[in-house]
Write a protein that binds this ligand. Structure first.
Ligand code: ZN
Length: 478
């Protein structure tokens, strides 16, 4: 009578012990630092001495190049890297936040604290990692200052309006701050962003001595990073990914070409309610009611280097236009052709935002640390695949995403996968043994309990019979 009841009570306890107990041999995951140097074109290290980056290629992984998502722009591309989602899924479709009712536009830096621009239901890796018990931080990384479903990144520094992009001393200080976060505060995942060489590429153009000088500054900073990792004792504990968001191309200007000026083809006053133009090689227009077809017909063959689409006809392979924020008329220029609206105000000598098929829009991927192979040259891949790689390195279960671990798996040391596979199998075998032992122990315990109970009941019954009174028998008495 007592046997089945006690078995029911005891087995979950015993099995629970078996499954909660730490399993010997379980892989412990290394820390991860993701660094982005904004606008670092894939080939910027090929016409200037970069001894530290060359050394890293020997010590780690270098991809031939990385393809960013379309639109090749800072906030959209960074959010694809940190979420593994196409831009039309995550909804950060531009650097500028805008409102077609109030007609307001907000600059890149203004958006950094505006949760409503970033939080469209897709969780960035910081939040997913935090929900799985990791400590995460963002140092100037786009989107790191917002909250997602009410949750903020545990430590987040947002770039100020006046933040200088190219102060090398500050760059080094930031590396030391991040190293302290890893070592003194045990952060697991940190994203670190630098605004160069994007600024210099815009201002002077990519094919200039100014850009080459900046690449040397970045190379020295990477050398400082490697030295700091050693100094802080993180060499065996920290994986590092260095990447970027897009490339840069020289803007084509008159008199060499006919620039794209939309007001040459349409009347803004008659047709346009709202526009996102004058921002590099990409633009969108919201027609006044009933004017969409007129606008489209007027623009579609207007300029030989301007590509104009209705939103619903925008090429699907860009994975860009399905989001509700995308305006009805979507345009991009051929490489180097910036899109101006009513005036050519544009002073940039270099720009991006163009089709991600152009080599000038491609960017970099480098990685090193205990889980990466050495001297490994990887084939080109899309930046959307960085997300599942980061999840793998951190031991995080990813959110639904558009990337694939298969693309980057070969970058990891062979022992990483074999070990984690073998360890999983070992852990599984141990768990099975523990479960079997628990069942045996449970059954033995039940038999013992039943035996003792039977003896006690018999004795009490005998006593009760002798004393001619009944006495309740409680399990606790046993
Ligand atoms: Zn950028």
């Amino acid at each position: 009578m007592m046997g089945p009841g006690a078995l029911t009570l005891l087995l979950p306890v015993l099995l629970g012990w078996a499954s909660c107990h730490p399993i010997p041999g379980r892989k412990s995951f290394h820390k991860l630092l993701l660094i982005s140097f904004d606008g670092f074109r894939w080939d910027y290290d090929q016409d200037v001495d970069t001894p530290n980056m060359d050394h890293l290629a020997q010590e780690g992984v270098k991809a031939k190049y990385l393809t960013p998502p379309f639109v090749t722009m800072t906030s959209p591309s960074h959010f694809t890297t940190i979420s593994g989602r196409w831009i039309e899924d995550h909804g950060v479709i531009h650097n500028m936040m805008f409102n077609t009712e109030t007609l307001k536009k907000y600059s890149y830096k203004t958006t950094q604290n505006k949760t409503e621009w970033w939080d469209n239901g897709v969780l960035p890796l910081w939040i997913t990692a935090q929900r799985q018990g990791r400590k995460t931080a963002s140092f100037h990384y786009p989107g790191g200052g917002a909250t997602y479903k009410g949750e903020a990144v545990q430590r987040s520094l947002v770039e100020s309006y006046t933040h200088p992009n190219s102060n090398e001393t500050e760059w080094r200080e930031n590396i030391d701050i991040v190293m302290n976060w890893f070592t003194k505060e045990d952060f697991d995942f940190v994203t670190l962003y630098y605004g160069e060489p994007d600024s210099v590429g815009h201002r002077y153009g990519p094919e200039t001595e100014n850009r080459r000088v900046m690449i040397q500054q970045i190379d020295r900073t990477i050398g400082y990073l490697v030295e700091a990792i050693e100094r802080y004792g993180l060499t065996e504990h920290l994986n590092v990914i260095i990447t970027s968001d897009h490339g840069m191309t020289t803007v084509k200007k008159k008199p060499n070409v006919t620039e794209i000026l939309l007001t040459d083809y349409i009347s803004f006053q008659d047709l346009v309610k709202f526009d996102i133009v004058d921002y590099g090689g990409f633009g969108m227009l919201l027609p006044k009611p009933g004017q969409e077809e007129v606008m489209y017909q007027a623009l579609k063959n207007a300029h030989p280097h301007l590509n104009v689409y209705k939103k619903e006809e925008f090429p699907e392979h860009f994975h860009f236009a399905k989001h509700e924020r995308v305006l009805p008329i979507v345009m991009y220029g051929d490489s180097g052709y910036s899109i101006s609206g009513q005036l050519i105000l544009y002073f940039n000598k270099g720009d991006h935002g163009f089709d991600n098929v152009y080599m000038d829009m491609k960017t970099i991927f480098r990685a090193f640390g205990p889980d990466f192979k050495k001297n490994h040259l990887a084939e080109p891949f899309d930046s959307i695949h960085i997300y599942p790689l980061m999840c793998k390195l951190l031991g995080i279960t990813p959110e639904p995403h558009n990337g694939s671990l298969a693309v980057t798996q070969e970058m990891l040391v062979d022992t990483y996968n074999q070990q984690s596979g073998a360890k999983m199998r070992r852990a599984s075998a141990l768990q099975n043994t523990a479960t079997a032992l628990s069942v045996v122990t449970g059954v033995l315990a039940v038999l013992f309990v039943a035996g003792v109970t039977f003896t006690v009941i018999s004795r009490k019954k005998q006593r009760a019979d002798q004393n001619s009174r009944s006495e309740p028998v409680r399990l606790t008495e046993l």
